[in-house]
Design a protein around this ligand. Sequence first.
Ligand code: PLP
Length: 417
Amino acid sequence: MELVNDRYLLSGGVDLLELVEEFGSPLYVYDTAVIKRQFDRIQSAFSVPRLGIHYACKALTNLNILRYLEHLGAGLDTVSIQEVRLGLAAGFAPDRIIYTPNCVSIEEIEMAVELGVKINIDNISILEQFGHHYPQVPVCLRINPHILAGGNAKISVGHIDSKFGISFHQMPHILKVLEATGLRIEGVHMHTGSDILDTEIFLQAAEILFNAANNFPDLDYLDFGSGFRVPYQEGGIATDIEDFGQQFSDRFKQFCEEYGKELELIFEPGKFLVSEAGYFLVRTNVVKTTPSTLFAGIDSGLNHLIRPMFYNAYHQITNISRPGGKPRIYTVVGYICETDTFGINRKISEIQEGDILCLRNAGAYCFSMSSNYNSRFRPAEVLVHEGKACLIRRRETMEDLLRNQVEVDLFASVSGK
Ligand SMILES: *Cc1c(COP(=O)(O)O)cnc(C)c1O
């Protein structure tokens, strides 16, 4: 977003405040121009003959976002059968969807096979069962390289105690299962967690995956998951994707030469593609001064955006109603009966009740992690595309809250009335 003549604008000159006037608050807004910029950056960062960018759709699952990414040429990374179905509904070809579940039932995996998508297996028990049922269906193996590459303990999934993937130390066991079942391995995968801090560490983990890959003669692709980091604060650390892409492409091409086949290089970015494309607009309900703190209380809470409370995530907050106002120090809090703090001691231009605040980086893991806690409605979503704003999800209503509730008459037979 940029500030032009005291108005905050998205691509194509769309005015954020006008969106709140038209669609109400709280409101999620996504800008396709930012998604495209990020997609193009990854695509041009890697110079390999076969590159697959599979959008990790758990970050943001609105069908229109999925369709837009499919149109750009992305594949899809899914972690549940419902995400697989959303991907198919959005128009992804089944063979462009990878299903990477963790601790799901064999029945759910069988449903994914029926739908024709690529299967990624992350434990030996399921590998055995799968091999007995479907020896003719090639699969991908999720390998755990035991490398800690996450910015936060909750989103680091490669370490030794992690529940994800098959340990690379278990290779002999994997090979026995393959021999017994005749199953073919078409890909190997790793995903070490969100937020790569360090290209070096990622390259080390990749070496472990290359080693694992050498055990399988019929591979078609190597999938290195994600972990691309985007800046959340001004000057915040971000993955230097251009530098990383250069180094990684060289190493990958060298591996393919040794392996003797041009493999597809796959990444599964979620956050990198959609985080910065999202804006969460909220209204200030109250400004409250206590002896120690100046609070701004907004018409939202951890029910709509839980990342600050769940991951200690930082989301920049701007008062878009009063650009250029005198800055004061605020703690921005939600309206839920929990401590739901969005930001502590933030310098924000003076807030008056009714002002609209904008939380940045609201594209990834924001709406998709929202809930109805405190029986609040989930917000509407709007997509900004080529200068136009379209509603892509209606705000919930009382009917949505009641839809699946079943009222029974507990007292009819007892009272006999
Ligand atoms: C969540 C997830 C991703 C995406 O991670 P980001 O940090 O959003 O890029 C990729 N692959 C798998 C298997 C995941 O579970």
